[in-house]
Design a protein around this ligand. Structure first.
Ligand SMILES: NC(=O)c1ccc[n+]([C@@H]2O[C@H](COP(=O)([O-])OP(=O)(O)OC[C@H]3O[C@@H](n4cnc5c(N)ncnc54)[C@H](O)[C@@H]3O)[C@@H](O)[C@H]2O)c1
Length: 364
């Protein structure tokens, strides 16, 4: 089998991992890596046994397909050049900065009958895959995606950087239009929003609350879902799925504590989990890793012409929903007054300090 000639564009924190994995796949020839930082390109190229480029332009004539892991503000321009030449691309999430750019990428891929895959890697999380194998109609969803400030992805805020993962997962699970969006967000470090909350109402009645933060000391990547079938918690970091469902007995007979005598009521706490609510904890960790699975899928789709698990249309829909959330954040009136502070950068003046900080004491 001839090896597929691939390149990685942007080999920073994530792109260098793309390059490392692609270089190890037997049916791939990593023909080069491109980065506007020539030293970074050299370092990664040396490690992966390939050539370094300081621009992606020469690679347009040398590859069968490319992975784009440059900053989000570059996705559209770079993606368009590859797609216009009919070259398949895997573009990291978020697909683009806004709906218009994302739509243009989707249209180009369609026009040139080529593959546009989006790097929504959580779709390959085995705990989420396990949930997908079960019948579940989410009616209330809570998402928490929190982490510390990394100093990267400063071209975008927490919505396009972090919340976008959960937006894609939600749209995939709920499959229906979002009819109402409420949101607020705040910039902590002075740029785009670093924390954001959104409340989405879907046309089918599902309600979702999402929190994203890149200013949190305690990392967390969790989705909690409630539906008529029961409750599910997906812990993306630990790759664990917790499922709770009512027992057949509870479904059949119900449980009305008012009808229980005091002795039976006292037993309830001990018997609740087991007799009435059945719990299953699934450790979904396997031998593989998500990025390798995602890249293998890209290679397979390029070879066979099959549709990827996360096509450009899905990436576009997530970006479009993120855009609605960002619009709601920009319009949020912190004090409920039309002449008051709005948006992520303006906040109402603080009433004071929560506690005496060393800085304040030194200044006094
Ligand atoms: N799927 C995920 O879970 C995940 C995780 C992290 C980052 N990402 C996404 O991956 C992308 C990169 O993020 P990162 O954390 O690796 O950022 P990074 O800043 O560490 O790396 C980006 C690299 O791209 C290079 N670059 C900038 N402009 C370029 C251009 N025009 N051509 C070639 N190279 C260019 C930079 O020099 C840098 O080395 C972002 O879109 C981000 O949202 C996705």
């Amino acid at each position: 089998m001839t090896r597929l000639r691939l390149a990685v564009i942007g080999v920073g924190h994530l792109g260098k991992e793309h390059a490392r994995i692609l270089a190890s796949l037997p049916d791939v020839e990593l023909v080069g890596v491109a980065d506007v930082n020539p030293e970074q390109a050299q370092t990664v190229a040396r490690r992966c046994g390939t050539r370094a480029y300081s621009s992606y332009w020469p690679l347009l004539n040398l590859v069968d397909a490319a992975c784009i892991a440059a900053p989000t503000c570059e996705h559209h321009a770079i993606g368009c050049e590859f797609l216009r030449r009919g070259l398949p691309v895997l573009i990291e999430k978020p697909l683009a900065l806004n709906r218009e750019q994302a739509e243009e990428l989707v249209i180009l891929a369609r026009r040139h009958h080529t593959i546009l895959q989006v790097g929504h890697i959580e779709r390959f999380n085995p705990a989420f895959e396990e949930l997908g194998r079960r019948p579940f109609q989410p009616k209330f969803v809570e998402c928490h995606r929190l982490g510390p400030f990394t100093g990267r992805s400063t071209d975008i805020g927490a919505v396009l950087d972090l919340m976008i993962h959960d937006l894609d997962l939600l749209l995939h699970l709920v499959k229906g239009p979002v009819v109402a969006v409420e949101a607020l967000g705040a910039s902590i470090f002075g740029g785009e929003e670093d924390v954001a909350h959104a409340r989405l109402t879907f046309a089918n009645g599902c309600l979702a609350n999402l929190t994203a933060s890149r200013a949190s000391a305690q990392p967390q990547r969790c989705m909690r879902l409630w539906g008529p079938e029961g409750y599910a918690k997906v812990d993306f970091a630990r790759r664990r799925l917790t499922l709770v469902q009512p027992s057949e007995r509870l479904r059949r007979e119900g449980l009305d504590p008012r009808r229980l005598d005091p002795a039976a009521r006292a037993l309830l706490r001990d018997e609740l989990y087991g007799k009435y609510l059945e719990v299953r904890e699934l450790d979904c960790n396997g031998p593989g890793d998500q990025l390798t699975e995602e890249l293998r899928e890209f290679v397979r789709c390029v070879r066979t012409g099959a549709s990827p698990r996360v096509p450009g249309e899905d990436g576009r829909d997530a970006v479009a929903l993120a855009g609605r959330i960002l619009e709601a954040i920009r319009g949020h009136r912190w004090e409920g007054r039309s002449d008051g502070a709005t948006g992520p950068r303006q906040l109402p003046p603080p009433r004071g300090r929560l506690f005496a900080s060393p800085d304040a004491e030194a200044a006094a």
